[in-house]
Design a protein around this ligand. Structure first.
Ligand code: SF4
Length: 169
């Protein structure tokens, strides 16, 4: 049996599919049939331990692989959009942000409003990230300028700043 340890500094989520990928890789590499997974949550000072066998890991991994390779697949916004590199340009997430702003921001319940805010924030973060990457490649968005500043003594960083009206003139 192989053992896998993964330190999680954030919140608790369903990490089973991610662990299945790691576990399957380890079992294939060391020709083992079972893997003991240790998820260590530093924020909660807790750990979760479970075992997954090769057949179970293969089922999860190959199912996800078939979804990725499906030529008719459609993007479906979910809680993991925050980590997606395409979140700034994804049309499904953009559409969902539009609907969310129209409908969910009118709701009275603060919990629902906060859920809506998180979804829209994922899209907004992606747009900002893509805009900065484009500007660093020479395509500065209209009305903005790319500013360079020194951080930590000698390192340089760049960020986008909205132009002041007199700078446009
Ligand atoms: S941003 Fe789009 S492509 Fe990325 S995970 Fe969300 S729905 Fe899928």
């Amino acid at each position: 049996m192989v053992r896998l340890f993964d330190l999680k500094t954030g919140g608790k989520r369903d990490y089973r599919p991610q662990m299945a990928f790691y576990a399957l890789g380890l079992m294939q590499k060391y020709d083992e049939e079972e893997c003991e997974v240790h998820l260590v949550y530093s924020r909660y000072r807790e750990s979760e331990v479970y075992r997954i066998n090769r057949g179970e890991a293969e089922e999860i991994v190959y199912h996800i692989e078939s979804l990725v390779k499906d030529p008719n697949k459609k993007e479906t916004p979910c809680d993991y959009c925050n980590w997606c590199a395409r979140r700034g340009s994804c049309s499904a997430l953009t559409d969902m942000a539009k609907v969310t702003i129209k409908e969910d921001f009118d709701c009275k319940a603060m919990g629902e409003k906060l859920d809506a805010a998180h979804k829209v924030a994922a899209w907004a973060d992606g747009v900002k990230k893509d805009a900065l990457a484009a500007a660093r490649d020479g395509e500065v968005p209209e009305g903005y300028c790319l500013v360079s500043r020194t951080v930590d003594g000698d390192k340089k960083t760049t960020y986008l700043r909205k132009k002041k009206r007199e700078e446009d003139a």
